[in-house]
Design a protein around this ligand. Sequence first.
Ligand SMILES: Nc1ncnc2c1ncn2[C@@H]1O[C@H](COP(=O)(O)OP(=O)(O)O)[C@@H](O)[C@H]1O
Ligand SMILES: [Mg+2]
Length: 322
Amino acid sequence: MAKKKLKIGVLFGGKSAEHEVSINSAKNIIKALDKKKYQVFPIKIKKTGQFNFSSVKKVDVIFPVLHGPFGEDGSIQGLLKLSEVPFVGAGVLGSAVGMDKDVMKRLLREAGIPIGKFITLRDFQQTDFGIIKRKLGLPLFIKPANMGSSVGVSKVRNEEEFIKAIKEAFKFDTKIIIEEFIDGREVECAVLGNDTPLASIPGEIIANQEFYSYNAKYIDEGYVVEIPAKIPKNISEKVQELAIKTFQTLNCEGLGRVDSFVKKNGEIFVNEINTIPGFTDISMYPKLWDASGIKQSKLLDRLIELAVERFEKEQKLKTTVS
Ligand SMILES: Nc1ncnc2c1ncn2[C@@H]1O[C@H](COP(=O)(O)OP(=O)(O)O)[C@@H](O)[C@H]1O
Ligand SMILES: [Mg+2]
């Protein structure tokens, strides 16, 4: 008798500036899931946030393919946890701290992971270009604390751009971060696992615009990808080591893509983690694993397995004190 197929709910869309990106990632995942093993149920979350919640209870595992606030920040993970359905990727805490660039960077700093200097600003606080310039130098990067896909991110060289960039970032969040510019190559590393995560070979993003902006990412194809990244072996190993340490420090599970800057002198600075990285057929996360010897459908099998493992482990925890 054929083995019963596992029902996988692919949750996508969502109330986020990255709604469209999510649709493309979900399409790819739905296509790549092995139909001999899985029965796939696409569950779309509208831009208003509405979705058919009863669909969630009908499946064996949920695969959240949502980027940005509400999807990647622990909100939906909390709902799934309460629903007692296994789901792919980081739980509530890992999702929340991985999404918030301010909290993320403070945790990384505390763990001794090299990161650039930054200042956090809330919407009720005043700021002064002169003071920031003295502390962080020029140019600066200004971004919403909770966002992705370079939405609301600006590179700033003078006071006029500074004021504009702050306004822009505050459109997306009530908290923003101002960072020193790091002059380095952008190297990305995919991480996979729960308790003993593995790191893929690193790849490089070479943006042919001012920086790896939203336009470069999705509109103009303003970048090229180099896999493996053309960096010396010892640097590549260090990038992998830092990627795993970042993943663990931030309480992540399942998957994550850790993005770093590698300076000319070999110094590495971790920029961020993405707990639900882009997953289209040209996205870095699946491509890095493919280049590391794990084909996409096997990668999805493993992510589903990890979701079930984590769920079963948590189910064993005592919830009473008798
Ligand atoms: N401190 C920095 N120094 C140099 N470039 C930066 C810095 N911060 C961001 N960038 C550029 O902006 C892009 C988007 O910033 P990032 O922090 O990755 O935000 P997002 O979460 O939106 O991807 C990066 O890929 C990089 O090209
Ligand atoms: Mg990024």
